[in-house]
Structures are given as C-alpha cells and as structure tokens.
Design a protein around this ligand. Structure first.
Ligand SMILES: Cc1cc2nc3c(=O)[nH]c(=O)nc-3n(C[C@H](O)[C@H](O)[C@H](O)COP(=O)(O)OP(=O)(O)OC[C@H]3O[C@@H](n4cnc5c(N)ncnc54)[C@H](O)[C@@H]3O)c2cc1C
Length: 478
C-alpha cells in the first residue's frame, strides 16, 4: 500500500503529528525502531508545560511555545491525558545579576505574548510556597505554566491516532529512504518496505541520521543528557508550583516540581553525551541534582527517592527547532532539534508541520468520522466508592489489586494490553497504568503483570520481556 504520509519516530512529536493528521482523509503510517512508543526523550523529561517566557523572541521556539501552551491543554483534555495548570516560579537568590536576568525574562515574556506574568518578592512567593528557600529574593511568577505526564500524553495521542486509522509499526528501524517516481520507499534494518508520498522525519536524537539518508548534512544533533531523582508521594506536596532557578546557557536549571501523579521530581542536569541511547545516571549527576534542588527548597527529603532516571535532549548548535523541507528531496520534512520546550509545543509543532506539508501539495480534506476524544483510561479511579462497587460487580477484574503501591487493578492492566497502542511488555504496562511505579518499583506486582501479559497475548511466561528482546525475566520452569 502507498501511504499518503509516513512519519519516522513515535515520540510525542511524531505521535502528535499522526494524531493531528488523522483528522483528514489521509492514510498515515508511524514507524518506530523500539518495541513501544515514547521510548526516546518523550519518555524521560521534566514534563513541564513551559510558560513561554524563555525562548528568544523571533525564534520558532518562541512562536510555537507561546501558541503551544493552550493547544496542549485543549488536546490533552480531549485525550484524557493528565495535565495540571500549577504555575511556575523562576527564582533569583539575592544577586543583582540573577535579579536582572529575571527582569529580562519578564520583558522577553511580554514580547512573546505570555499572559499574566509578574515579578514578585521572595516574601510574596513564600506566602504561596512556604517551603521556598529564605534566600529567594525575587521571583518570576508564571501562572499559565503546568505539568503533564509526557509518556501518557504520547501514548494517548498515538492511541487516538490509531483509533482514527493511523497504522503504527514498532520494531521498525528505518535505515533507508529512497525517492521513487511515485514517492518514497522507506526500508527497515530487517528488510521491510513501506511506501509513501510524503515523509516526515521526527526521529529525535537520530533525526540527523535520518536526514543523511536523503543526503542532508546541514544539521548535527548534539545529545545532552539530563538526570533526575523521583521522590515518593510523601514528598509530593512539598511544593505546588514548579520551582526553577534563573536559567543559564546550559538550560533551564534544576527544578523541583510536583508531578501529575503526586510525586516530587528533581532535576535535570545538562551533560553532553556521545551516545543518545545512554540513559545512565551517575553519582556526580545525582549529587548535583540534590544540591541544587535543596538550594531552592531546602526541606526536600532525599531519603524518599524511589527512582532515578535520565533522558537525552536532541539539541543543535543554533539553539532553535528545525522544522523545514528537506534539501535533498522533495516532499519530505525534517522536524529536528526538538529539545525543550518541545513537549509543551508538540501540538503547535504538529500543526506547523501540516502547514508545510500542505504547501508541498498534501491535500487535507476533513474526515467526518474523526473522533478526537480518547476513552478515559483513568475512569475507574475517578469513580466514587459506590460507583466503583457497582462497576466491580459487573467487571470483577477491577476488584483485584495487582500493584498495591499505586492501587492498580487487573481490569486496568488488561485494558492497557488491549487498547491502542497495546502494551506488549512489563514496562509498557508500567507506563500505561503506573503498575510498578510506586515505592517497591515492581518488586511485588511484576509476576502478576507477567501472568496477565502471558494470558492476554497467549505467550509463554519465559518470553515475556521487561523492555523488548533480550530482557526476558524468566529462564525456564522448575
Ligand atoms: C532531560 C529533558 C528535559 C526536558 N524537559 C522538558 C520540559 O519540561 N518541557 C518541554 O516542553 N520539553 C522538555 N523536554 C523536551 C521534550 O522532551 C522533547 O522536545 C520531546 O520529547 C521530543 O520529542 P520527539 O518526538 O522529537 O523525540 P523522541 O521522544 O526522542 O522521539 C523520537 C523517536 O524516534 C525514534 N527513532 C529514532 N531513530 C529511528 C529510526 N531510524 N527508525 C524509526 N524510529 C526511530 C526513537 O526511538 C524515538 O522513539 C525535555 C527533554 C529532556 C531530554
């Protein structure tokens, strides 16, 4: 089959583009090299909906961040992806230099058209946020900012795209793009072939490698890792805003933020790495996170850390997003160097990319069957006790708790394995349901999750993996 559009990379950018394209009478195919979606930067980042005061005016980042905030809140609501407008504080610690930077950021925010920004004193900020350090002297208050779960958003966007007819092919590592008379052939390392009229490169840290397949060498991705520590829910209400420090050339600095799931997140560092696949954490990185997070919020209790992780940004030397037609061939677009605020801007980036495709000749006729609302995967959690009781009587699997830390039940896990895009391994279930994300980090629930994956997919337990081939958990039966 000849698809209208093939998208390379199922992160939040490729996923949201697929979802926005599924509004039209188009055949769309999303190709992902990993065994699940949201496996790159969209899996491990801060999850902040940035207000838009930071990007330099006139850049694509400034435009798409400013447009993207409200677009993201609207689409996330349609997709039932958890999102919360908690606002953010950017803090100066008593030096004139930092306070002047905050004033510049305030001005920049005005130029970028960001609503309701204000500069408030340390005392005013501490009235709203009592755990804030006594050393905080001036704060940029950003009420339009928020928090979102990045992988849930990506899964929801791709699930909705699939429900509207988009084809997802995982384990499809693109290693060849050939221009043909009618369009393109896009081949995988395993020798599969997909044909398309238009190709969009959304391959994150590997977008320069995909560009090179059509002879485009005009940008190089510089991968920069960011390490985090996630704290238990007992620390989750330490602050209600996202607390930043004055940003530097290295990035937006170490933040302290609640998450939409009720944990506390601290990080990230910003370290250049040679290999984009390197998501290790280091003692030095985590020490830096603890030290700088404590500078903003001294009472954070780091004994309550439940996990640490790292994500890799795809940066480029000019510092802006690259969203442009390919040089080497017609009818291909690169959506590259989408580092922060890429998550915030994802819907705006998708819409901007569709505009470019239209200019290239893609015909976008509205599909009247498009349904932009995704079934709420958290519907059971949101019921009151009586409603839950009644629901469990009809669907007993919802009454069997699998993950005690996060109170995830069997019904929710079976749904995650059945619903688009289906969870195929233990980590896939974890990202969709939070089973294994609590204090014990899967120590108790993992065997139960494996049994459900085995039953649902009719696969022997020995073949169930944690995160793709080679991560089988059981050797053989004894
Ligand atoms: C540490 C960190 C903190 C961040 N914090 C924020 C924040 O708070 N707010 C915000 O707005 N943004 C933030 N960002 C930026 C945001 O995470 C990214 O902009 C966004 O996730 C980029 O999505 P993407 O789809 O372009 O890339 P990715 O999520 O990396 O997706 C690219 C996909 O392409 C696939 N792929 C690669 N090569 C191939 C191939 N050959 N064939 C098939 N598939 C391929 C990859 O496996 C991957 O799944 C942060 C990023 C990092 C790393």
């Amino acid at each position: 089959m000849m698809y209208d559009v093939v998208i390379v990379g199922a992160g939040v950018i490729g996923g949201m583009l697929a979802r926005q394209l599924s509004k039209y009478r188009l055949s769309v195919c999303l190709l992902e090299k990993e065994n699940d979606v949201a496996m790159g930067a969209s899996r491990a980042n801060s999850g902040i909906v940035h207000g838009g005061y930071d990007p330099e005016p006139g850049t694509l980042k400034a435009k798409l961040n400013a447009e993207g905030v409200e677009k993201l809140f609207n689409v996330a609501a349609e997709l039932h992806a958890p999102i919360l407008r908690n606002g953010s504080f950017v803090c100066a610690f008593g030096t004139e230099e930092e306070e002047n930077t905050l004033r510049e950021l305030y001005e920049r925010g005005q130029v970028n058209g960001i609503p309701n920004l204000s500069l408030i004193s340390g005392e005013e900020a501490r009235e709203m946020e009592p755990a804030l350090s006594e050393k905080v002297s001036l704060v940029l208050n950003v009420p339009n900012a928020g928090i979102v779960c990045p992988y849930e958003l990506t899964i929801a966007a791709i699930g909705n795209a699939m429900d509207n007819g988009v084809c997802l092919k995982t384990n499809y590592a693109v290693n060849g793009i050939e221009k043909t008379e009618k369009g393109f052939t896009v081949t995988s390392a395993a020798g599969e072939v997909v044909e398309a009229k238009y190709v969009v490169n959304c391959a994150g840290c590997y977008s320069d490698k995909i560009a090179q397949l059509v002879g485009d060498n005009f940008f190089t991705i510089i991968p920069r890792a960011g390490e985090y520590m996630m704290l238990d829910k007992t620390e989750g209400s330490r602050v209600s805003h996202t607390i930043f420090q004055v940003p530097s050339v290295e990035g937006k600095g170490i933040l302290v933020s609640p998450t939409v799931d009720g944990n506390l997140l601290t990080g990230p560092t910003a370290i250049k790495v040679a290999d984009p696949a390197c998501t290790e954490t280091t003692p030095e990185g985590l020490e830096q996170v603890a030290r700088l997070a404590s500078k903003s919020v001294p009472s954070v209790n780091f004994r309550q850390v439940i996990t640490s992780f790292s994500g890799v940004r795809s940066s480029e030397k000019n510092g802006d997003f690259i969203i442009i037609p390919a040089n080497g061939v017609e009818n291909m677009v690169h959506v590259a160097a989408i580092d922060s605020p890429g998550l915030t801007s994802c819907v705006a980036i998708a819409d901007y990319t569709i505009e470019l495709l239209r200019e290239m000749g893609l015909v976008t006729e509205c599909d009247p069957t498009f349904n932009g609302t995704r079934e709420n995967p958290h519907a059971f959690r949101e019921m009151n006790d009586d409603e839950k009781d009644a629901y469990i009587k009809e669907h007993p699997a919802y009454g069997k708790i699998v993950c005690r830390c996060e109170t995830v039940n069997e019904g929710e896990i079976r749904d995650a394995i059945r619903r688009n895009p289906p969870a195929t391994d233990i980590d896939g279930v974890k990202r969709r349901t939070r089973s294994g994300m609590g204090r014990c980090q899967g120590g108790f629930c993992m065997p139960y999750v494996m049994r459900l994956l085995s039953e649902e997919n009719n696969t022997p337990m020995e073949q169930i993996t944690k995160n793709g081939a080679g991560s089988e958990q059981l050797k053989h039966r004894i």
